[in-house]
Design a protein around this ligand. Structure first.
Ligand code: SAM
Length: 231
């Protein structure tokens, strides 16, 4: 998978994307991510990329043209048009199920807005869908883009050691994950549940399933209701 990010703050994105599992996956060539500075595509001699909103009002709006030029430059490098996502508080809220679908794409282009947002006309021209990371407003689309790359990138083949790493996790099948424990077996007088030390795989599996159901019912009754309905 290749993800191109159009942003006014490429260093901010690059700093996060060079670390940990995603950073290693990029170095190993399992995931390609490129951060493009929208400012490099402005034709303004002062490198401006924003202006005041028509109709008046507070703040600045990102101009259409530098974004469009950035998009065009990326498209020229790709064998096919990427799926274009605008990170926006007005979009559909990202879920694990959507992340699984996105992880099957070959080319994605993420547009990060800033200030009051982006000139609507460029959104109409290039964007396939708007995506939110939650019903609150951030200063820019960079953190949402990083959340997206992290969530989707770890689902791509080879990025995690094994698909079971994410298939047993919270939200994969509508349940939350069971509790996890590591050494020592007793800490501050608290013992690890005996079944986990038994080596009996079938019992461990059914204990974990029960725990998943129990904690989903307790912590996220809304999620449990949906999962139960689906059967
Ligand atoms: N004026 C816009 C509105 O009310 O819908 C909000 C603009 S926000 C301050 C600036 C940028 O941050 C947006 O263009 C978007 O790219 C990004 N952003 C803010 N909140 C977001 C969220 N919850 N999910 C995804 N992107 C978000």
């Amino acid at each position: 998978m290749r993800i191109d990010i159009a942003t006014l703050f490429p260093d901010m994105c690059e700093a996060v994307l060079s670390e940990s599992i995603i950073g290693r996956a990029r170095k190993a060539g399992l995931l390609e991510v490129y951060c493009h500075n929208i400012r490099d595509y402005t034709q303004d001699k002062h490198r401006r990329v924003d202006d005041t909103p028509y109709g008046g009002g507070m703040g600045m709006v990102m101009q259409a043209d530098p974004i469009f030029r950035c998009y065009q430059a990326v498209c020229e490098k790709l064998p096919q048009r990427p799926r274009v996502i605008y990170l926006s508080p007005q979009g559909k809220v990202l879920t694990q199920r959507m992340a699984v679908e996105y992880s099957k794409e070959e080319y994605l282009f993420l547009l990060c807005g800033h200030y009051e947002g982006v000139d609507e006309r460029v959104l109409e021209e290039i964007v396939d869908e708007e995506l939110s990371i939650g019903d609150y407003v951030l200063t820019g689309g960079e953190l949402p883009a990083l959340v997206f790359v992290d969530t989707v990138g770890r689902l791509c083949e080879g990025v995690l050691a094994d698909a079971s790493c994410f298939m047993e996790e919270s939200h994969f099948d509508g349940l939350l994950e069971y509790p996890q424990f590591t050494k020592p077996a007793v800490w501050h007088g608290r013992e690890v549940p005996a079944v986990l030390l038994s080596g009996h795989h079938a019992n461990i599996k059914s204990w974990r399933r029960e725990q998943s159901v129990q904690r989903t019912r307790q912590k996220r009754p809304d999620l449990w209701e949906k999962t139960e309905k689906k059967g």
